[in-house]
Structures are given as structure tokens and as C-alpha cells.
Write a new protein. Structure first.
Length: 335
């Protein structure tokens, strides 16, 4: 029996023969069948076999070493590449689909997608660019995965403020910005304002301050914006929903208004619209209209909890380049 799993461009065959008669061989064969042919997670297999996850991992290794499992590379069957091409044609956006499989937990999924995004950014960011960077759980993971790609006269600017009633948020956002700056030997521009002002009138007044206008001017020069999508439904809950940025009543209001996600703390609905969402008048993130004017809008998404946010962002024209895990990409294609 052979099957092309969701994990990448290869085929794995699981063969059962009469020579596999020892208890270990029988368990290894059963584990291989459940893992490779039924796409079951290791935790589930461990429960079924009455053993531990680490033992299942060893059984799968034994299955490969003893010939129960054969792996062959088939470039033409690269599911991720084919899936990316289909989505790119459908949405008119550049898709980078990251191969993943059902055995990965949420943190592993985020790490895999973020590492791929960091790799791609190494080729995208070049000298004399102005790069806007949002903060959040995904951006923290991307920044940690960046490697050295020296540039000249490049600027990294923070897209939105990070302070809230619980914390200043300075060190959190600064760490992300600093890693980007170090990776690309770039100058960094912090945005020393809260994520949300208490009143829209305060935001309007602050936007007239010389020190704030200077950062806003740098943002207007962006060639590239790097961000993820916030979503209350994500398995790795977005920082804006868990970091003290929103009250319970504000979260409820967003839900009632049909909000599906946000970019740099600017919220949008299923159509990618933000105009009728009152909280946006107090947000310090760039308006979605100004974001759409940035030539390259590089978005990183991991996990199906962000599926509705992805759909809304694509419909609203907020993304030009999307790095996404294979499972979420498949769900996006299905519907």
C-alpha cells in the first residue's frame, strides 16, 4: 500500500509480511500503518498501543530501518508546490505553502512556518529598503528564526504601538525589532505609543506631534510590510487577545461586529473591511488603505484557527505574499 501524505513531496509505503513476528515488529508495523496510512498523531497512536509517544517514535524508526516503510521522492507530486500554485491562481497572491503533517503540535507548526518565512525574508529584504514590522506571537517566532543577511541603508520600522494598561510592551516589541535590525544590519525605528488610545481624539492629537510624525513618515516610505493576522480563534492565541490589550466588553463588541482578524491591531471583517469598526479609530496601526499602498505585504500564518482571518485579508486585498502551513492552505482551497 502506498500513500502520499500531507507532509511533503514523497510517497511512503508500509509493507506487512510474515517475517515481522516479534512483538516489537508487530507494534512497529501497527504504528507505521496508523501513522503513515491513517495520518494519526503519535499521541493517539501511543494511546491505542498503550505506550508512550517516545516509544511510538522509536517504533516508527524501527519500521523504516527494517524495511517495513519505504520512502521515495517524487518531485512531480510535490503537494505543497501544487497547492501553492492553485491558490496563487485563484487569489492572485503569491503563496508559499509550508509542508507539514498531522503529527505536529501548534508550537511545532508555528516554528516550521516561521522558519520558512525567515528564510524567504533573507532573499526579499535588500539594501535601501524600508521594512515595516508588526509585533505578535508569530512575528516573535519569525524574528527568532532570522539569520544574518547584511544590507546597507535599510530601515526597520515598528508598525504599531505596543503599550497597554498592563504593560509598556516596549521590551516585547523592541526584541522583535532588534532581531530584524541585527539580521539585516538595519537601523530600527520604534513607535513609542500604546496599541490603542483611550479616545480617538487623543490619537488625532498625538499624530500631530513632531516625534510621532517622524515615525509615521518613515512608515509611509515602506517597500515591505511584514505581519501576521491576529485571531481570537487561533490555537496559539494572538498577543492582542491575551496580553491585556482588550477588555472583555471590547472583545465582545468586536465579535458582535463580525470581526475575523486584525493586521497590526487594525481589525477587519470577513470582507477585509475596517471602516465600520469603532475600535480602529483608537488603534495605532496603519489604516488598511495605507497598508494596501505598500508594494509587498508579506503575511505569515500558522494554524487553521486563523482560516477566517486569512479569507478576510485575501478578500480585502491586504496581502501580496502569504506563507502558510499546508493544512490551513488545504482548508482555504476547500472552501
Amino acid at each position: 500500500m502506498k500513500k502520499t501524505p500531507s507532509g511533503g513531496p514523497y510517497k511512503r509505503g508500509v509493507t506487512g509480511t510474515s517475517v515481522h513476528t516479534t512483538p516489537k515488529a508487530k507494534d512497529a508495523l501497527r504504528a507505521a500503518q496508523l501513522y503513515y496510512l491513517q495520518d494519526m498523531k503519535m499521541e493517539v497512536i501511543a494511546k491505542e498501543l498503550g505506550t508512550s509517544r517516545s516509544t511510538v517514535s522509536r517504533l516508527l524508526t524501527h519500521a523504516k530501518r527494517t524495511g517495513m516503510v519505504s520512502i521515495s521522492i517524487t518531485p512531480s507530486a510535490n503537494m505543497s508546490a501544487l497547492l501553492g500554485n492553485q491558490l496563487s491562481e485563484h487569489y492572485g497572491v503569491s503563496f508559499n505553502v509550508v509542508p507539514t503533517d498531522g503529527s505536529m503540535d501548534d508550537s511545532e507548526l508555528l516554528a516550521r512556518v516561521s522558519a520558512h518565512a525567515a528564510y524567504l525574508l533573507g532573499d526579499i529584504v535588500s539594501s535601501s529598503m524600508t521594512v515595516g514590522v508588526a509585533w505578535g506571537s508569530t512575528m516573535q517566532a519569525v524574528s527568532s528564526a532570522l539569520t544574518s543577511h547584511p544590507t546597507h541603508d535599510t530601515k526597520i520600522v515598528q508598525l504599531n504601538g505596543a503599550a497597554n494598561p498592563v504593560t509598556s510592551g516596549v521590551s516585547y516589541a523592541s526584541d522583535i525589532l532588534t532581531r530584524f535590525g541585527q539580521a539585516f544590519t538595519a537601523r530600527t525605528e520604534q513607535f513609542p505609543v500604546p496599541a490603542f488610545f483611550d479616545r480617538a481624539s487623543t490619537r488625532e492629537a498625538m499624530w500631530q506631534e513632531t516625534s510621532i510624525k517622524r515615525v509615521l513618515t518613515v512608515q509611509q516610505e515602506m517597500n515591505l510590510a511584514v505581519f501576521s493576522l491576529g485571531s481570537a480563534g487561533s490555537a496559539v492565541i494572538s498577543q492582542v487577545y491575551r496580553g491585556g490589550y482588550l477588555t472583555k466588553s471590547e472583545t465582545q463588541e468586536l465579535r458582535e461586529m463580525g470581526v475575523v482578524g486584525d493586521v497590526a491591531t487594525v481589525f477587519f471583517d470577513k470582507d477585509g473591511n475596517s471602516s465600520n469598526i469603532s475600535l480602529n479609530a483608537r488603534s495605532t496601526g496603519p489604516t488598511l488603505d495605507s497598508l494596501r499602498r505598500v508594494p509587498t505585504r508579506f503575511c505569515v500564518v500558522a494554524g487553521r484557527g486563523k482560516l477566517e482571518a486569512v479569507r478576510g485579508a485575501l478578500k480585502g486585498g491586504l496581502i501580496t505574499d502569504l506563507v502558510i502551513d499546508e493544512g490551513t492552505a488545504l482548508a482555504l482551497l476547500d472552501g
